[in-house]
Design a protein around this ligand. Structure first.
Ligand code: HEM
Length: 405
């Protein structure tokens, strides 16, 4: 694998069953306690698991660079272009990020709230009459893809196609099906780009109030972005805003039903607790990982890391570090102080979409508790029947939940 530019996460963790990948937390604890800085010789990749080390990797762009040749990001490399905000370091990064930052300021999001509310209301109306609702199919998938398509100015009626393409682009590689996955990604990328290209061309002639039009108007170092660069940025945003937020929405309900039964009633009695619940879900149940390239030889964590090697920051493990969070393995929405989880990253690349993801989760949950008096697991619910492979390891592909009005 040393010669491949794809880092395969599963080959580091050796967590092989879907259930182990869905609940990697015992392994995280083992690694934090026994091998907090791990070296995988097979892939020539370092891993860090403690809160402080994860944060250091994310913050210190001089030691740990985003200009990667090898990565665990499963998106084909064409996305790396002048307008890609992620695969670049400061100071260059600042200019690229500024192109997009405008769209995600709290003020811009305020303008979007009525539209997001409308989408949520439609989705909840669509549950009318059901006593069992598949929350993935009816809420966690359609909400983020509709919102991000609207924000970009792409027809949200095409959401199924958009979702299908971005799912393939985010599908993690595994050794057994490497070539097949690669081929699927190549095709999805081509189809997605062909779909977006005419949209970009028509907006160039007739710009509107959306992110694609903003990118058309924007300049980077005195030069306009090409159609191709805008298409690639749009693919990046449509993908980034999708699966992650779907996972958050589905996990909100999983945590309420299985990690802390009773918390739904608490929210109904006091809706101001909703943002605290959302933050605790992000901390508690999000197996995210981010990688960087070691930019210069360093022994900052003890062992000698060499320039060019890859380092993986296991965010999900950092978020369960007892040294930072008391009773880290307990789901507790009443944690004192600020819940500084690392799920949206940290430092220069801190997630641009974090305010949007938080807004969608808070608004969806607020509408849900108003509409439904109680939620309960369906009889014989077995999580193994509902898992699918995803960038965070495993996520819920369906989640039937009993609801009362
Ligand atoms: C729960 C949902 C989400 C999670 C957990 C999440 C997580 C992350 C993380 C960990 C990073 C840092 C990457 C790095 O350090 O290299 C990131 C960056 C980013 N996210 Fe999100 N994200 C979410 C939702 C969104 C949404 C809704 C959007 C909107 C389109 C978005 C757009 C981006 C962008 C553009 C970046 C790159 C920022 C940069 O490199 O400067 N994300 N996200």
């Amino acid at each position: 694998m040393k010669n491949s530019n794809q880092v395969i996460l599963q080959e580091i963790s050796k967590l092989s069953t879907p259930e182990e990948q869905w609940e990697p937390y015992a392994w995280f604890t083992h690694m934090r306690e026994n091998e907090p800085i791990q070296y995988d010789a097979e892939q020539d990749v370092w891993s860090v698991f403690s809160y402080d080390a994860v944060k250091k990797v994310l913050f210190d762009h001089e030691l740990f660079s985003n200009k990667k040749q090898r990565s665990l990001i499963p998106i084909p490399h064409e996305v790396d272009n002048r307008s890609n905000v992620n695969l670049v370091d400061p100071p260059e990064h600042r200019k690229r990020r500024a192109l997009l930052a405008q769209a995600f300021t709290p003020r811009s999001l305020k303008d979007w709230e009525p539209r997001i509310q409308e989408i949520i209301d439609e989705l909840i109306a669509d549950m009318e009459g059901d006593t069992v609702v598949d929350l993935v199919d009816k809420l966690a998938v359609p909400l983020p893809v509709t919102v991000i398509a609207d924000l970009l100015g792409v027809p949200s009626s095409d959401r199924e196609k958009i979702k299908a393409w971005s799912d393939i682009l985010f599908l993690p590689y595994n050794l057994d099906a490497f070539t097949d996955i690669e081929q699927q990604k190549g095709q999805a990328m081509q189809e997605f780009a062909q779909y977006l290209y005419p949209i970009v061309v028509s907006k160039r002639a007739d710009p509107a109030d959306d992110i694609i039009s903003d990118l058309i108007r924007a300049e980077l170092e005195g030069e306009k972005l090409s159609d191709q660069e805008i298409v690639m940025s749009a693919i990046g945003l449509l993908g980034a805003g999708n699966e992650t937020t779907t996972t958050l929405l589905a996990n909100l309900f999983y945590c309420m039903l299985f990690d802390r039964p009773g918390v739904y009633e608490e929210l109904r009695a006091n809706e101001s607790l909703i943002p605290k619940l959302v933050e605790e879900v992000l901390r508690f149940r999000f197996g995210a990982t981010i990688d960087r390239k070691v930019a210069q030889d360093t022994d900052i964590f003890g062992p000698q890391m060499k320039a060019g090697q890859v380092v993986v920051a296991w965010i999900g493990a950092g978020n369960r570090d007892e040294a930072h969070f008391e009773h880290a393995d307990t789901f507790d929405i009443h944690r004192p102080g600020k819940n500084q989880h690392l799920t949206f990253g940290a430092g220069p690349h801190f997630c641009l979409g974090a305010p949007l993801a938080r807004l969608e989760a808070n608004m969806a949950l607020s509408a849900f508790v108003k509409r439904f008096s109680a939620i309960a697991p369906v009889e014989d619910f077995n999580v193994s029947d509902h898992l699918t492979v995803s960038i965070t390891g495993q996520s819920l592909k369906s989640f039937p939940v009993r609801v009362s009005r």
